[in-house]
Design a protein around this ligand. Structure first.
Ligand code: NAP
Length: 321
C-alpha cells in the first residue's frame, strides 16, 4: 500500500484562479469529493461540526482516501461553521436530516453569487435548504458512487459510479463542471434532475425498506417478488400523479434488474439499521407517502410499508424521522 502525505501547498496548482470548494460535512461523500478535488490541485476547505472535531482532524493531519490498494493522505484545510470567511461555492455532504440545519449555520457566510451543491439522497432536504436561502442558487445532485468510512478521517472509495447534477429551476449549466472532469469525478449535467431524484427514490422505496423488514440482502427480495411488484405499481402511479411520468417508465423491470445485479449487497438502509444508525426514511419512503397524502392520492401499500418500517425502527430505538 502506497502512502503519501502531501501538504496543501504542494506543486499541483490549478491552471487558473478557482473558487474555493467549501465542503460541509466531512463524512464518506464529503471526504470522497474533497480528496479528489484536492488531488486535482483545486482549492478545498472542509467545514467540520465544531472545535472538538477540528482538533481531532488536526491531530489526524489530513484525510485519507483509500482506493483499491492505494492510500493517499491529503492535508486539506479545515474550519468550523463559525469561521467568518465568505463562501462562494458550497458542497453539502451531510445526511439529508442534517442538511438544513448545517446550511443554516453558515448561511450568513454565503456571498450573493454563491452556489450550493446538494448531494443528499432522496427528496425534501434539497427543497428545505433552497427555501432557507431563496436568493442562492441550489444545484441538486444524484450519485451512484459508493463510499464508506473505515476510520475517523478515512474514506474507502467502494464503488465507482456516476453523478448527475442539475438545477431544479431550469437554470443554466454550472460553470465549474470542468473542475469535476479534472478531478476524475464522473458526472453529467441533467436538464431534469428532479426526475433522476424521483427515480432513485422510487427504486429505494421498492427495495430498501423490505430488506430491513425481511433482514435480507437485496437478492433475498426475489422470494418476495409479488410484494415488490405491488409496490412498483403503486410507486409508478404516484410518480405519474406527481408529474414525474418519465421517472415511472419501466420501474418494475429496473427494480428487478437492480435486485439481481446487487443480490449479494445489503442496502444502505439495511446497513444503517444493522449498525444502529439513523436512516434517511423521511426523505425516501416518508417523502413518497407525504407527497401522496398532501395531494390526496391513495397509496395503501406504501403507507402500510411505512408503518411497518416505523414500528421496526421504534422497536430498535432508532429515530423514525
Ligand atoms: P456520513 O458519512 O454520515 O457523513 C455526513 C457528515 O456530515 C458527517 O461527517 C457529519 O459529521 C457531518 N455533519 C452533519 N451535520 C453537520 C454540521 N452541522 N456541520 C458540519 N458537519 C456536519 O454520510 P454520507 O454517507 O457521506 O452521506 C451523505 C449523503 O450522501 C446522504 O444523503 C447519503 O444518502 C448520500 N449518498 C451517500 C453515498 C455513500 O456511498 N456514502 C452514496 C450516494 C449518496 P460527524 O462525523 O461529526 O457526525
Amino acid at each position: 500500500m502506497r502512502n503519501s502525505a502531501l501538504p496543501h501547498t504542494h506543486s499541483d496548482v490549478p491552471a487558473r484562479a478557482s473558487t474555493t470548494w467549501h465542503v460541509l460535512g466531512a463524512g464518506s461523500m464529503g471526504m470522497l469529493w474533497a480528496t479528489r478535488l484536492a488531488r486535482a490541485g483545486l482549492p478545498v476547505k472542509l467545514i467540520v461540526r465544531n472545535c472538538e472535531r477540528l482538533q481531532a482532524y488536526k491531530a489526524a493531519r489530513g484525510l485519507t482516501l483509500i482506493e483499491g490498494e492505494e492510500s493517499q493522505k491529503w492535508n486539506i484545510r479545515a474550519q468550523i461553521p463559525e469561521n467568518g470567511e465568505p463562501i462562494q461555492r458550497l458542497l453539502v455532504t451531510c445526511k439529508a436530516y442534517d442538511a438544513q440545519q448545517a446550511v443554516a449555520q453558515i448561511a450568513a457566510r454565503l456571498t450573493p453569487d454563491a452556489e450550493i451543491i446538494l448531494l443528499q439522497n432522496g427528496l425534501g432536504s434539497q427543497q428545505a435548504v433552497a427555501a432557507l436561502v431563496p436568493h442562492i442558487r441550489c444545484i441538486f445532485a444524484s450519485s451512484t458512487e459508493g463510499a464508506f468510512r473505515d476510520g475517523d478521517w478515512r474514506v474507502v472509495f467502494a464503488g465507482r459510479g456516476h453523478t448527475w447534477l442539475g438545477d431544479a429551476d431550469q437554470g443554466t449549466i454550472a460553470q465549474w463542471l470542468d473542475e469535476l472532469q479534472r478531478s476524475g469525478i464522473d458526472h453529467e449535467w441533467s436538464p431534469n434532475i428532479l426526475s433522476r431524484l424521483w427515480r432513485k427514490l422510487a427504486l429505494n422505496c421498492a427495495i430498501n425498506p423490505l430488506t430491513v423488514l425481511y433482514d435480507c440482502r437485496n437478492g433475498g427480495l426475489q422470494a418476495h417478488s409479488a410484494e415488490v411488484h405491488t409496490l412498483c405499481a403503486e410507486l409508478s402511479a404516484l410518480l405519474e400523479h406527481c408529474g414525474q411520468a418519465g421517472a415511472a417508465v419501466g420501474l418494475a423491470t429496473e427494480v428487478d434488474r437492480v435486485i439481481r445485479a446487487t443480490a449479494n449487497n445489503y442496502s444502505s438502509m439495511h446497513q444503517d439499521v444493522a449498525h444502529g444508525r439513523r436512516t434517511e426514511i423521511s426523505y425516501l419512503l416518508g417523502y413518497a407517502c407525504e407527497a401522496a397524502r398532501s395531494s390526496q392520492f391513495a397509496v395503501p401499500h406504501l403507507q402500510h410499508l411505512h408503518q411497518r418500517l416505523t414500528e421496526h425502527l421504534q422497536q430498535r430505538g432508532l429515530p423514525c424521522n
